[in-house]
Design a protein around this ligand. Structure first.
Ligand SMILES: CC(C)(COP(=O)(O)OP(=O)(O)OC[C@H]1O[C@@H](n2cnc3c(N)ncnc32)[C@H](O)[C@@H]1OP(=O)(O)O)[C@@H](O)C(=O)NCCC(=O)NCCS
Length: 172
């Protein structure tokens, strides 16, 4: 299977919504992406599609967030959502999207990434419990599911506090 990863373009919007609707079996994530796309902070380089010759089969989005912190500022992103069409799952498309996305995030000058998700999945990429830095979720979440990764060694040193997500996340 030949898979290409690249930033989204306008002609991908429908395919991205479809991948999310089908993978999550609901419309909330697709709508979230459409909402976030309207915001000034939206960066299409951080909205990445996985495609075959035929169609978009996977997608990952990173959105700038801030961490309520005394003194220090950290350029952080939230990883959400990530989705792969069911018929293409378990073939490492998700893994490719996460690894490629973290690389683009790093090259774009971001220092850390936050995710709320499956601990067993994200720990493989180096995500650790955000609570080890005192970084807190604004949403009710099990401690082990709210995770962070430093994109540079020590980039979360001295960073703690609550993560502030764009308001669109409140509806998911
Ligand atoms: C999560 C998702 C993006 C992974 O995509 P993928 O292409 O299948 O991922 P990969 O092939 O790289 O990895 C598959 C791994 O994900 C794991 N995984 C999938 N769903 C999982 C879940 N609910 N809990 C824990 N692990 C899960 C599989 O067990 C598998 O693990 P293994 O490699 O140890 O066997 C895909 O399953 C999906 O779209 N799910 C529905 C949407 C969703 O839940 N998104 C994530 C929100 S945090």
């Amino acid at each position: 299977m030949n898979i290409n990863l690249r930033p989204e373009q306008a002609e991908d919007y429908q395919g991205i919504t479809r991948v999310n609707d089908v993978a999550f079996k609901r419309k909330a994530e697709g709508k979230l992406i459409e909402e976030l796309r309207k915001a000034d902070e939206f960066n299409s380089n951080l909205s990445i599609v996985a495609e075959t010759e035929a169609e978009v089969i996977g997608h990952i989005l990173f959105t700038p967030v801030s961490i309520k912190n005394k003194g220090h500022h950290n350029k952080s992103l939230a990883l959400a959502p990530v989705a792969v069409l069911p018929e293409f799952q378990k073939r490492s498309v998700g893994k490719l999207l996460v690894i490629f996305g973290l690389q683009i995030a790093k090259e774009s000058g971001y220092e850390s990434v936050i995710v709320l998700g499956y601990p067993s999945y994200y720990s493989k990429f180096g995500f650790k419990r955000a609570s080890r830095w005192g970084i807190k979720s604004p949403f009710p979440a099990p401690d082990e599911a709210f995770m962070a990764i430093e994109l540079f060694p020590g980039s979360l040193d001295g960073i703690s506090g609550q993560v502030i997500f764009p308001p669109a996340f409140d509806n998911v």
